[in-house]
Design a protein around this ligand. Sequence first.
Ligand code: ARG
Ligand code: ZN
Length: 460
Amino acid sequence: MPHRRPALAVPVALTAVLIAASPAAAGPVGDAGVGDPYFPLAGNGGYHVSHYDLTLAYDPGTKHLAGTAVLTARATQDLTRFDLDLSGLTVTGLTVDHRRAAHRRSGQELVVTPDRPLRKGRTFRVTVTYQGTPAPVTDPDGSADGWIPTDDGAFVAGEPQGAMTWFPANNHPLDKASYDFALTVPQGRTAVANGVLVGQRTRNGRTTFRWHQAEPMAAYLATATVGTFKVRQYTTKSGLKVYDAIDPREANAAEPVTRQLPAVLDWESKLFGPYPFRAAGSIVDHAPQVGYALETQTRPVYDRAPDLSTLVHESAHQWFGDSVSLTSWKDIWLNEGFATYAEWLYDEQHGGDSAQKTFDALYASPAGDGLWAFPPGNPGSGANIFARPVYARGAMTLHVLRKTVGDRAFFRVLRSSAAEHRGGNGTTAQFQRLAERISGKNLGPLFHTWLYTAGKPTLP
Ligand code: ARG
Ligand code: ZN
């Protein structure tokens, strides 16, 4: 269910700013954010986007991007005005249902006033033409995400904020949509997005790659990575379409790992249930300045040749993060703790350390260690969402859950969670309730201790 949205409160201070900034507003306006406590301006209120149609041309030489984004959306309230998220770039035209609409920029908000109000329930189409030199955003932890230029193209990864650096979006994982991409780059470069390649054509020295992402996707999981890539396409025994794009400088190290993708996805399907998408693959770039990989939907993007653990991690995110997405960034352990635990399970079942051994080694860390700096269910701010406790103590939480309920119930919980929220969103509270329902146990104390209590937990 992609469009279930719990009512999150918009912080009072933010509401005040909005009112102050728009004295002329008459009638109902869409909020500037969905109310995410860590990223108050992420996403927007008043509508849901069901489809993005992105037509982009990028010149790696000049680093210039020209785009047209067509968003199909539905109003969830009466709207005289609504926002999109867009960071940088210049908007050169904007229509709502083919009628020119007034618009202005205010930080990351692109504020749109259609020439006539939109009634609740109404489907409408927003067309934005824009251009400029995209630049990444700097996240609260100092990392860069979004459109990151490389020596031969761009590494494009948007977690948590960067989607808005290359297309106007309802930029929060709550609002998932299908996507079409038409990406034009100089002949010889390859532009790789999500889903299935549905066309490729070269004319006048430029090649257009058309991609279709059918299953609902959060904006941060979209990519349009450009580079000089070695491409390999094949269909797996189970009928999955695989597209690998590998920077030749990384090929020797990457190929022995990316070749294992079908086997890894098969193994994860046994643990987590059916792979949720019809396409798969890997984008291995040479972009060491980035410093991380991202689980871009159907086709993770790596800043260098990944090791097998990283491939297992990003693949596990296809179930946990991509198919089942966050409702709030505070719940980030639902992504990172699960993907990390998948690495432990992979080792355990492939001749490496048992998950218990990995847990024990971590648990031996002294109380002052950074691992215990904050509880994973409450990282405190956007600056901590990719810090160690989220990944490692998040995975430890799952291990304690597994020990408490037993393997049968534990793996049923993982599969049920992936199935129940497939293509939609989930919360920590829902996960706890599901685990309690399946195990028949009160897991309140366990979740409270491991997810929400500061300091190193004691073992029972
Ligand atoms: N989700 C990614 C992973 O665990 C990490 C993304 C980090 N993003 C960032 N802006 N630092 O593989
Ligand atoms: Zn991860």
